[in-house]
Design a protein around this ligand. Structure first.
Ligand code: GLC
Length: 792
């Protein structure tokens, strides 16, 4: 069977020799004897490589790419005997005249990356880019893929797929396609974003000549070379091209409880009450497909949910937000409004010859909106009005690969999409279907809610981060799946999908107390924190197993809320620069070789290291701590870094370390976001003898509205500076246009090795302080104001 991959045995075209070239404002057109290639200069350090198709250079992009990126034309061309050299401000590109191939250099002449000798190959069905790597270089990214963090030596396919029998390590492809990878050899890094939404392949099984390839079964060869000295730089630029997540509503960073399905008003209320009775924080309840009338989207089952508005209202009073599932399949039922309206206005996908495409999903025979058309997205957005008016807060887009219960698990490839006047077959739009659905959903919530939308999507393509959080679909309640989650989510973060998570406890199969406890511990530090399970499986709410498990689970969910100011701050940073919340170790410790292969530990921002336990009955664990001094968050035990340690891992704790020298901002125990006015904000300084100063900038706003876009937010800089005699702690407001609910700062200094004689704030004596000799810790309370604290 044809693997679909590049195959030396097949015949391909190659470019031939350079015949001519032409410089335009932002691009350089290279005319080779058999094809034309354009280099388009997008921004400093971003070059697009585009090969003509059907004898035309088509500069259009997929829906992943944001408009308005083009603003760069500072380049010169030097015409040498065998090469053209393009000089930009921070890159030199050598273009071979003999047969097309590129080599990218730093200005100091160091090679960053080069193509294979014949770099572009194609035939009527396929196009390929062939590249060269070296022994030191590793590959990361590619979005939602299983396996180790480092993708070198593996091959992957991009084709959004509903994986029927929950995925395992060798399963590929999955639900989401992100044709972006990051290559780094420690000294230098680059990224490649392949803007092609056909079925595509990344083959990192490097051959004896150091070659690897990527390509697609259709469309254009159209990729972006992204230079970055640092890994973060590459991600920042990639998310400049495909967009960043918007600031989410703060409640969506809280704990979510879901099940397929909570089936009635009573069941949902009972669930909500149980959370409050058991004093376990929870912000969100998800309603799966059984809330609908026989799986008809945008309806309610009138027997089981007779008064949705009242239910939403009651839940709201208790602090809950409700997220409802919406699938793209619309039941083919002539008496059903959504179907009737869609038919009347021709909103559903048809075959080339005009015949309506139907396929079976939950409601059985269904039709599928053609989201490639603006008017259909607008219509779809409008359909959300009633749900949102009734009080639903967020929308969960499932089955949007799109999944169809047939032999190919999806739509026939002969189905056509209108695409606003540029129609084409499903094979071009398949991977973009969920992205376009999310676009419509997002627009709908934005229009009717005037609050920041929360959309959760199962499938996606590059750019989905602009509209939706994602989760990794149907996993299983097995230990392997808890383990798998860690590298998977880190690679999603590298690929722009910062707001992601896995079904905590596992979706199919029965969970158990220990597994759920360990999974919740990981979940506390996963960007998206949702417990979800399938029909006919054992319940897995926090209290579903013995009390001893419930206690620990509760403690960890509470911890998520304690860390909330910091987590929200990290999400703010993602929205600004694209840098993920959950990060691989090499992102923060790029000089450490080991960090590039660590798949099962991760960083939360730059100062917290988490090493979740993913095996049963595990009471000790080997953990690698990178450079620096670290303190175990729970035991307060200090460790030197750059070594492996053996940590005790009783079920009640999870290995969690704070890097000494950092500052963390924490909140109080709450049951949900916005529950009550807080008394104080806690600022913890983890002092380190080798780090004389550090700072932390905290972002704050109301967490729900768009007022921050009018400047209603705070940026508060907290810094310490220490010498032998004293420590100064400075609070400096860079922006202060949002009134917070707390009025005190609780400041803690850990590892302070003297008992202060005197503490002043803005020159006045501070009275409210306490020093604990044994713990080496000073705690003080002051009014929440700008100013300088001196501790002597
Ligand atoms: C799919 C989803 C799952 C959901 C179920 C029923 O399997 O992945 O999360 O619960 O459909 O809607």
């Amino acid at each position: 069977m044809d693997s679909g991959l590049y195959n030396e045995e097949k015949r391909y075209f190659s470019t031939g020799k350079l015949v001519d070239y032409k410089r335009n404002e932002n691009n350089l057109i290279l005319e080779y004897s058999r094809t034309k290639i354009a280099l388009e200069f997008i921004k400093k350090g971003i070059v697009r490589v585009l090969k003509e198709k059907d004898e035309k250079l088509d500069f259009s992009s997929t829906y992943a790419v944001l408009d308005g990126n083009l603003d760069y034309n500072h380049y010169q061309i030097l015409d040498k005997k065998e090469k053209l050299i393009v000089r930009t401000e921070n890159l030199d590109i050598k273009i071979s005249k003999d047969s097309f191939s590129l080599a990218f250099y730093e200005k100091n002449g160091e090679l960053i990356h080069k193509d294979a000798k014949e770099a572009i190959k194609w035939n009527k069905d396929e196009i390929w880019a062939k590249k060269i790597t070296n022994d030191k270089e590793n590959f990361y990214g590619l979005g939602e893929k299983t396996g180790f963090l480092n993708k070198k030596g593996k091959k992957y396919t991009m084709w959004n797929t509903d994986v029927f029998e929950a995925h395992i390590e060798s399963t590929d492809p999955l639900y989401i396609s992100i044709p972006f990878y990051l290559a780094t050899d420690r000294d230098k890094s680059y990224g490649i974003y392949f803007d092609n939404s056909y079925k595509s392949f990344f083959d990192f099984r490097v051959n004896e000549n150091g070659e690897y390839s990527f390509g697609a079964q259709g469309g254009k060869l159209d990729y972006y070379f992204i230079k970055g000295t640092k890994v973060k730089d590459v991600i920042r630029k990639y998310t400049k091209i495909t967009g960043r997540m918007n600031l989410p509503p703060k409640w969506s960073l809280g704990y979510h409880q879901s099940r397929y399905s909570y089936g009635s008003t009573e069941e949902v209320k009972e669930l909500a009450n149980k959370f409050r009775e058991n004093d376990i924080p929870c912000d969100v309840i998800h309603l799966d497909i059984h809330y609908m009338d026989d799986y008809r989207v945008f309806t309610w089952d009138e027997n089981n949910f007779p008064k949705p508005e009242k239910l939403m209202n009651d839940l709201k009073e208790d602090g809950f937000k409700v997220v409802n599932i919406i699938d793209p399949g619309v039941k083919k039922d002539p008496d059903y409004e959504v179907y009737k309206e869609g038919m009347k206005n021709d909103h559903f996908c048809r075959y080339l010859d005009g015949e309506l495409f139907t396929g079976d999903v939950w409601p059985e025979e269904s039709v599928f909106p053609d989201f490639t058309s603006k008017k259909v997205r607008k219509w779809w957005a409008g359909l959300h009005k009633d749900l949102l008016d009734s009080g639903v807060k967020g929308i969960w887009n499932d089955m949007n690969e799109p999944a169809v219960f047939n032999d190919t698990y999806t739509m026939d490839l002969e189905v056509m999409h209108e695409n606003d006047g540029d129609p084409y077959l499903h094979k071009r739009f398949h991977n973009q279907y969920a992205l376009l659905e999310a676009m419509g959903t997002y627009q709908g919530i934005k229009k009717y809610k005037e609050e920041r939308p929360f959309v959760l999507s199962r499938a996606g393509f590059s750019g989905i981060q602009r509209y939706a959080a994602t989760w990794t679909g149907d996993n299983r309640s097995i230990w392997d799946h808890l383990k798998l989650a860690v590298p998977m989510l880190m690679n999603m973060g590298i690929s722009g999908l910062s707001f992601s998570g896995t079904d905590i406890g596992g979706f199919t199969g029965d969970s158990n107390g220990e597994l759920l406890t360990r999974w919740t511990q990981l979940g506390t530090f996963m960007p998206f924190f949702r417990n979800h399970s399938s029909l006919y499986t054992k319940s897995q709410e926090p209290w579903a197993f013995a009390e001893k498990y419930e206690k620990i689970i509760k403690k960890f969910i509470e911890l998520r809320y304690k860390f909330m100011p910091h987590i929200y701050n990290l999400f703010y940073k993602t929205s600004q620069k694209g840098i993920p919340v959950m990060r691989p170790l090499f992102m923060e410790f790029p000089d450490e070789q080991k960090a590039y292969e660590i798949s099962y530990q991760f960083m939360v921002g730059d100062s917290i290291l988490a090493a979740p336990v993913y095996e049963p009955k595990k009471d000790k664990k080997l953990i690698y701590l990178p450079e620096g001094n670290w303190v175990n968050y729970f035991s307060d035990k200090n460790y030197e870094g750059k070594q492996y340690i053996v940590e005790d891992t009783p079920l009640a704790t999870m290995p969690l370390y704070i890097k000494n020298g950092s500052i963390l901002v924490m909140g109080e125990k709450i049951n949900y976001i916005g529950e009550k006015e807080r008394n104080y904000l806690e600022i913890v300084n983890y002092l380190d003898e080798n780090i004389p100063k550090n700072s932390y900038t905290l972002y704050e706003d109301d967490g729900i509205s768009y007022n921050y876009q009018e400047g209603k937010y705070n940026l508060k800089k907290f810094s310490y500076k220490k010498s032998k005699e004293k420590i100064e702690f400075d609070i400096n407001y860079k922006e202060n246009n949002y009134k917070t609910d707390y009025n005190k700062y609780l400041i803690r200094l850990k590892n302070i090795n003297f008992k202060p004689d005197k503490i002043t704030f803005k020159g006045n004596k501070v009275k409210d302080w306490e020093y604990k000799l044994k713990e080496n810790e000073l705690t003080l309370k002051i009014k929440a104001e700008e100013g300088n604290i001196v501790i002597m």
